[in-house]
Ligand binder design. Structure first.
Ligand code: ADP
Length: 500
């Protein structure tokens, strides 16, 4: 049977500033590979558009030149190349790469220099991504392939709907997906004209946001539809405090906002076949998980003790993720007794506080600063309980990975965490839905109470095993999410002009 895209399905240009495994700073990188792959399995014609950072240029071969953009005012010349990104053995996604050495070929991260400072020309770097996206999604495109929809992701692609809005001619409809409203891409107002947008667009009904121009506001204002990565976060951002100043506009557009929970890549995150972990296991062979715990304790310099509950967390070390709360409860946690592993990088002040914490509790707390895909798998498999005290969490991926790995998550009741973790109570244990622990107030006290509750459950092997199995049996696949996106694409594709 052919797996070629069906001509009857809408064509989608998926615009993203990062994609796993080429370039990933957070959940968006995972989503940008997994969602298009799931849609292609459903025989939809989805193609990615990404900037040609060094990792992308080296990671995608061979590349074919498909267009030149030499005449774009305000931007250096760029070549559009196409390649294929293999996501797993059976799926590959066509990718358009913007090859513009002046803007993208440099040492450092996609958004920041090696010292952790935002690149000073980010407005231009991502302005070009938006401009080329809008060209490819309109009748100005040099390509014969034309999308019905431009699916934009986060602020870096937020101006594409604005460029499309001001394009005179046939064009695709647009969707703006907010993966995290805290990142907005706000720049001085002169960028409006410098990026070739009409100065009249700089107003409350347009790109203006507290006297700056905002890429994300542009997306929210001009896109035909807005999505966020969980239904609960879609509600939360329509009011204070999680609206981050955009709550008024978001509430005004409430009939054009929906929330679709991310899935997880079930091939990448599968304890039964994970190549990074010491011993593979499933919900029916959970005793093998103990081996992973032992290996992890050893590797992280912790006392090897199978009875002691091992808590862990992985992620960007930022105020958002609640590392301040973790610092506050760490000494009590060790007293329980319990152990703690932290893997991540980010805020330098928090990083040094965490390093100092680990030094005070050798053998009990271990902190690894840095990014390690393999270590993150070993932690998911080896820990007993996964902590996510996030202040806010649009969707969150680690709580889903940890449920799949039989490592019940303990999370703040916010955003996507509330949509994906079922609190352990007598009634949820009875109906077999319990899969983790939730705490309501963002305080050290509430957080620690939940930790104590988790330890109490851990001490009752039958309860703990039920929690593990309930989580492992849940469906977090992209199939469910991709089906919801497809439905949305179908309803919006009617908005794209007919001759696109
Ligand atoms: P966010 O997108 O806000 O950073 P998510 O939970 O949605 O948070 O996604 C974070 C992703 O990045 C997860 O896949 C997580 O495992 C991964 N990640 C973050 N920091 C690290 C790290 N230091 N090492 C390995 N993986 C990491």
């Amino acid at each position: 049977m052919s797996s070629a895209p069906l001509r009857s399905e809408p064509r989608i240009l998926f615009i993203t500033p990062e994609v796993f495994p080429l370039c990933k700073t957070g959940g968006l990188g995972d989503v940008s590979a997994a969602l298009p792959a799931a849609l292609r399995v459903m025989r939809m014609d989805v193609r990615l558009l990404i900037p040609g950072y060094p990792q992308v240029m080296q990671g995608l071969k061979p590349k074919r030149k498909v267009a030149e953009f030499n005449m774009l005012p305000q931007f250096p010349s760029a070549t559009l190349r196409s390649a294929k990104l293999s996501v797993n053995t059976s799926t590959s996604i066509p990718v358009f790469i913007i090859d513009c050495p002046e803007l993208y070929q440099r040492e450092g991260g996609p958004y920041q220099d090696p010292a952790g400072q935002d690149w000073p020309d980010n407005a231009r770097r991502f302005g070009l991504l938006c401009k080329i996206a809008a060209i490819l999604a309109s009748d100005a495109s040099p390509l014969t392939w034309r999308p019905h929809l431009a699916h934009c992701n986060d602020w870096q692609s937020g101006l594409a709907p604005a460029y499309l809005h001001f394009h005179q001619g046939h064009k695709a409809a647009s969707i703006m997906t907010i993966h995290n409203l805290a990142f907005q891409g706000n720049f001085p107002p002169e960028n409006v004209v410098q990026l070739g947008l009409p100065s009249a667009s700089f107003g409350i009904h347009g790109l203006e946001y507290y006297n700056n121009m905002s890429f994300l506001k542009g997306g929210i204002y001009y896109a035909d539809h807005i999505t966020t990565v969980s239904p609960n976060y879609a509600k939360e951002i329509q009011s204070e405090p999680l609206g981050f100043g955009m709550q008024g506009l978001l509430a005004a557009r409430q009939h054009h906002i929906s929330g679709i929970v991310n899935g997880i890549d079930e091939n990448e995150w599968n304890p039964a076949s994970d190549p990074y972990i010491a011993r593979n296991y499933s919900s029916t062979s959970l005793s093998a998980k103990k081996v992973n715990k032992q290996v992890l304790q050893k590797e992280m310099g912790l006392t090897t003790d199978s009875a002691i509950p091992l808590f862990a967390t992985i992620g960007r070390i930022t105020h958002q993720k609640g590392y301040d709360l973790l610092l506050q409860v760490a000494s009590q946690l060790v007293e329980i007794p319990a152990q703690l592993i932290i893997l991540g990088s980010g805020d330098k002040t928090l990083e040094s506080k965490l390093i100092a914490l680990a030094k005070s509790y050798p053998g009990k707390i271990s902190v690894r600063i840095g990014y390690s895909e393999s270590m993150s798998h070993k932690i998911e498999a080896g820990a007993d309980c996964f902590l996510m005290p996030s202040r806010f969490e649009p969707c969150g991926l680690n709580q889903m990975y940890s449920q799949r790995y039989g490592t019940p998550p303990l999370v703040h009741a916010t955003g996507g965490l509330l949509d994906t973790v079922i609190d352990c109570t007598p009634s949820t244990l009875k109906d077999k839905s319990a899969s983790g622990f939730l705490f309501d107030q963002m305080t050290a006290n509430d957080f620690f109470l939940a930790i104590k509750q988790a330890v109490a459950a851990y001490r009752v092997p039958r309860t703990w095993q039920n929690l593990q199995q309930n989580g492992m049996n849940k469906d977090f696949s992209w199939r469910t999410s991709a089906t919801a996106y497809r439905k949305l694409y179908l309803s919006l594709s009617a908005l794209s002009s007919s001759k696109i």
